[in-house]
Design a protein around this ligand. Structure first.
Ligand code: AMP
Ligand code: MG
Length: 493
């Protein structure tokens, strides 16, 4: 007898106006594409539940596990700077929460499971391509050590979805620490429903920030804690070359997990102005804009909490503003810690920030691949011999690199670890494999056009060990050749 899901469903217990109760809409011919056995074990879910036709039915929502209470969550959000008072789960459902082996509550979510009262003009469905992209990238983020929602299962529906052309439909079973967003707070604050905002603060504190329980000023304490987790998260994105692409407030998770992998992409040649998303015409969500945009989103979050921070509005604004302006400093501290590790520095010196920014300027000047340049730096500690040949080969123009390398070598000479230890530490801080855009597109094309899931499986497998040399998959480490380059990505809608 497979162990059933031990659902707790705390969000479904919140007042009615937090969600709409709605069942998934069954699909014609579900077929499982991939199941994440390791994640199932972590969640205490028996993988056997997902085998055979019954398992495929479970993965798309045709069959609900006992104890599931599917709900569409209500939320609002600023999309590209414009406030939309009602968004909500229009093509997704929270089917329940399970407690994982570590005792943490995790959401089990279906994306692409049919219309809900929040669907507006959408069909409630997802196409196969975006489901595969989210599967690959969210799992890669996790393997890179970056907080992210996870992918438990992906299945095709056997039904077409109609975008510009008919495409195969699919459903993703997603796992998250929760799906509460900045936009969830905005939904209630915009309605003047401060009772609901207070309920949500209590819920989020209990679930994600238990240390704040009993804080004398819960609103302000939560604002600070969320700002810090976001600062840490965005620093990790910047250090890995990740561009989210659609940092609307409804896509900012309150617990500090990366969520919503629509038009996201990884940068190849280092350029702070890089944008991939086809709908981001103004470059609002360009790589270098991510920290200030996160701060902007935190300011929107702060606005929802003002009445809880102080009954006197002016005083509330002053105190919240202090936290919001502190975001930059929090981000820089997290980023500096991370870049030190990537540069092989185990100690801290005053000039490290300059050293780091000049390294990035050298990458920019040389058009070097962001990921590979950091990886190659570890082998370039000694100037003698061919120590830095691999590194130099990544740069088209090396003037800035030539000026920088002696400064770095002088700096690591003052750092108290051996060259071998440093090389090891740098291999753990600088991945060899990232989900490169052209590889994702190739995997999606094979799946959509010829139902060949081999490239998707290979790519997903390689990315579970991003820091390990995998000589048989060396091609997956390489940047796109000019003809393979993918410069535009599209939302999953
Ligand atoms: P996203 O761009 O995925 O963050 O979605 C923004 C909003 O649009 C959310 O409220 C989604 O639920 C909704 N949405 C996106 N795609 C669809 C769809 N195909 N059908 C219904 N609602 C959708
Ligand atoms: Mg979203």
């Amino acid at each position: 007898m497979p162990i059933p899901f031990a659902f707790e469903n705390s969000y479904a217990r919140l007042p009615q106006r937090f969600h709409a109760r709605v069942a998934p809409t069954p699909v014609a011919a579900p077929r499982l594409i991939r199941f994440n056995t390791e994640l199932a074990h972590e969640l205490g879910i028996d993988p056997a539940l997902f085998s055979g036709p019954e398992g495929a039915a479970l993965a798309v929502g045709n069959r609900l596990p006992e104890g599931a209470e599917p709900i569409a969550m209500a939320y609002a959000g600023h999309q590209f700077g414009h406030f939309v008072p009602q968004l909500g789960d229009g093509r997704a459902l929270l089917i329940g929460e399970v407690r994982d082996r570590a005792g943490r509550l995790r959401d089990i979510h279906l994306k692409g499971s049919g219309p809900t009262p929040f669907s507006r003009r959408g069909d409630g469905r997802a196409a196969l391509g975006p489901v595969l992209r989210e599967y690959v990238v969210s799992e890669a983020m996790h393997a890179l050590g970056i907080p992210a929602t996870r992918a438990l299962a992906a299945a095709v529906t056997g039904e077409p979805v109609f975008r510009e052309t008919p495409l195969p439909g699919a459903v993703l079973m997603r796992v998250a620490s929760s799906h509460v967003r900045v936009g969830t707070f905005q939904y209630f604050a915009a309605r003047g429903d401060m009772g609901a905002v207070e309920t949500l603060v209590g819920y989020v504190v209990a679930r994600h920030y238990p240390d704040l329980q009993g804080a004398s000023e819960p609103g302000l304490a939560l604002l600070e804690a969320v700002a810090d987790r976001q600062a840490a998260l965005i620093a990790r994105w910047m250090l890995i070359g990740f561009i989210h692409g659609v940092m609307n407030t409804d896509n900012m998770s309150i617990c500090g997990e990366t969520i919503d992998f629509g038009p996201c992409a990884f940068m190849e040649a280092y350029d702070p102005a890089t944008v991939f998303s086809a709908i981001d015409e103004g470059g609002r969500y360009a790589y270098a804009n991510q920290p200030p945009i996160a701060q902007w989103n935190i300011a929107r979050f702060a606005e929802t909490l003002l009445p809880l921070i102080d009954p006197d509005e002016e005083r509330a604004i002053a105190r919240a503003s202090e936290v919001v302006s502190g975001f930059r400093g929090r981000f820089e501290a997290h980023w500096l810690d991370g870049i030190r590790a990537k540069l092989g520095l185990s100690s801290a010196e005053e000039d490290d920030l300059d050293l780091a920014t000049d390294w990035l300027a050298a990458l920019h000047q040389g058009g070097a691949d962001f990921t590979l340049a950091f990886r190659a730096l570890g082998s370039a500690q000694e100037a003698a011999g061919d120590g830095d040949a691999a590194l130099r080969g990544l740069f088209g123009e090396t003037t800035a690199l030539d000026a920088w390398l002696p400064r770095w070598r002088a700096r690591i000479a003052r750092d108290p670890v051996s060259a071998a230890e440093r090389a090891n530490a740098m291999r753990r801080a600088n991945p060899l494999f990232i989900p490169r855009n052209h590889r994702i597109e190739q995997a999606i094309a094979a799946a959509v056009e010829t139902s060949d899931f081999t490239p998707f499986d290979t790519l997903t497998n390689v990315l579970t060990r991003p820091y390990d040399e995998q000589p048989e998959h060396a091609g997956h480490a390489a940047p796109a050749r000019p003809a393979e380059r993918v410069c535009r990505t599209f939302c999953g809608t």
